[in-house]
Design a protein. Structure first.
Length: 454
């Protein structure tokens, strides 16, 4: 269960952040060992190809020897106790145990036409009260208490989830790995999680690609378990690339060229944002306007043109224009591989992936319409650059349409959520065109992407 690791390189000074996409080399070596092991188990082949998340944690034992432990999320071949991997935090699969016994009872009530909702809620609460999780300072908290504290001020959590964490919470790789390390006096060094097999329906997962711990189940838990560990800074809080500049301004509107890595509005991350930067610049007249709000969306990682309204009625008018598709938008993107189609329309409905925020997923049943047009701009040395025209304005629309197998099947370079990391996300809003609702003149804005200047 504890495996030796013959890594001879430099180890990280701090525990690697569990929500990063680029694991340390020692974690990659451990992951390769796990891959060799699972591929040797031919009886698992069919199940593995349907998709499974695996994780590794590199640690030092009491003799300061380097080692690693491994885990998988949920069940594998119907079991949660395979010898090569760490055990579950709590074994809910005991056939005659409290959980399985009551699960069968609830199923029987349901088949008899009885109402079982409250019975299910009570059983889930009991289950999560059994998951006692340690942290780096030796404290123990169960999952119910951890989630209750994490969502102290969230009425939505209590109302929508009845105060019950998502199903499967505590059975992901990261909590199981840290729990075993703490209980067995291992000193965590770094960790990594990777996906094996096909992508789940609607989601974007690539075979043998590394992913961060999930936000819906693991983020609240890790807020507790990481206490006492010297954890590296969040790598998602990357340095802002470039400076904010104004490209157009009038009495009602300001258009800026937003650099990659800058949020549009103040948020949880301790980073300069567009609104604050404009307000804090005494040299700009915009600092005197009481109302200042972005009219449309531009991801933090995306650079390019962003419109902000200085007046509330103008803001609502412009939002309506975006909704009616009266604003023409043009993006340029560099793709990581040859796209499935070079020119044409993509229509893939999107909905939030609530257990893996901020990701979106393709949802043909409940998703909202999302339509984009793609046009090949150039191909140079096997690198494909395309123009993208979003006809709707869904969150992460262009990123998902590029990465999903039913779209271009070619993630944008540097897309950590749906592809692989790079120095930045190579997506830039370069053109906006619309008729000014007050002055009635056509406003044409252009901002060339820095990655197109080569």
């Amino acid at each position: 269960m504890i495996h030796s690791l013959p890594y001879q390189g430099t180890l990280p000074e701090k525990f690697t952040y569990p929500f990063c996409y680029q694991p340390h080399e020692s974690a990659k070596m451990a992951a390769e060992e796990v891959i060799r092991y699972v591929e040797s188990r031919q009886e698992w082949k069919d199940e593995l190809m349907k998709g499974k998340m695996f994780g590794v944690l590199v640690a030092k034992d009491l003799d300061e020897e380097l080692c690693f432990i491994a885990a998988y999320s949920g069940l594998l071949a119907g079991r949660n106790d395979h010898d090569y991997f760490v055990p579950p935090v709590f074994d809910s699969q005991e056939p005659n145990g409290h959980f399985k016994t009551n699960e069968r009872r609830i199923s029987a009530l349901s088949r008899a036409g009885r109402t079982t909702r409250q019975h299910s809620i009570n059983l889930q609460r009991w289950l999560f009260s059994q998951y006692d999780l340690q942290n780096g300072v030796g404290e123990k908290r169960n999952v119910l208490d951890i989630f209750r504290e994490y969502y102290t001020d969230s009425k939505a959590y209590e109302k929508k989830a009845n105060g019950v964490p998502p199903s499967g919470t505590g059975d992901c790789c990261a909590p199981k790995l840290l729990q075993y390390a703490f209980l067995n006096k291992l000193k965590p060094v770094c960790m990594a999680e990777f996906w094996y097999g096909e992508s789940p329906k609607g989601e974007i997962r690539h075979h043998l690609q590394y992913y961060p711990a999930c936000s819906g189940k693991c983020k609240p838990i890790l807020s507790h378990m990481l206490k006492g560990l010297d954890v590296e800074p969040n790598p998602q809080e990357k340095a802002i690339q470039g400076t904010l500049s104004i490209v157009y301004e009038d009495e009602f509107l300001v258009a800026v060229n937003k650099p990659a890595g800058m949020p549009s509005v103040p948020g949880k991350l301790d980073l300069p944002d567009v609104v604050s930067e404009l307000r804090n610049n005494d040299k700009l007249s915009i600092a005197n306007y009481p109302f200042l709000q972005p009219i449309h969306r531009l991801d933090m990682a995306t650079s390019g043109l962003l419109l902000l309204a200085k007046e509330e009625m103008f803001f609502k008018t412009m939002q309506s224009m975006f909704a009616r598709r009266d604003v023409k938008k043009e993006y340029v993107a560099r793709l990581s591989c040859k796209p499935r189609i070079l020119n044409g329309e993509i229509s893939l409905p999107l909905s939030p992936d609530f257990l893996n925020r901020p990701c979106q997923k393709v949802d043909y049943e409940k998703g909202k319409e999302a339509v984009s047009v793609v046009q090949l701009l150039e191909e140079t040395n096997g690198m494909f650059t395309v123009l993208l025209y979003p006809l709707t304005g869904r969150t992460h629309q262009l990123r998902v349409h590029c990465a999903h197998s039913d779209g271009l099947d070619a993630p944008i370079v540097g897309d950590e959520l749906y592809g692989t990391p790079a120095d930045r996300l190579y997506l830039h809003c370069q053109r906006l065109e619309f008729t000014h609702p007050i002055y009635n003149n056509v406003v044409k804005l252009y901002s060339k992407a820095e990655f197109q200047c080569e």
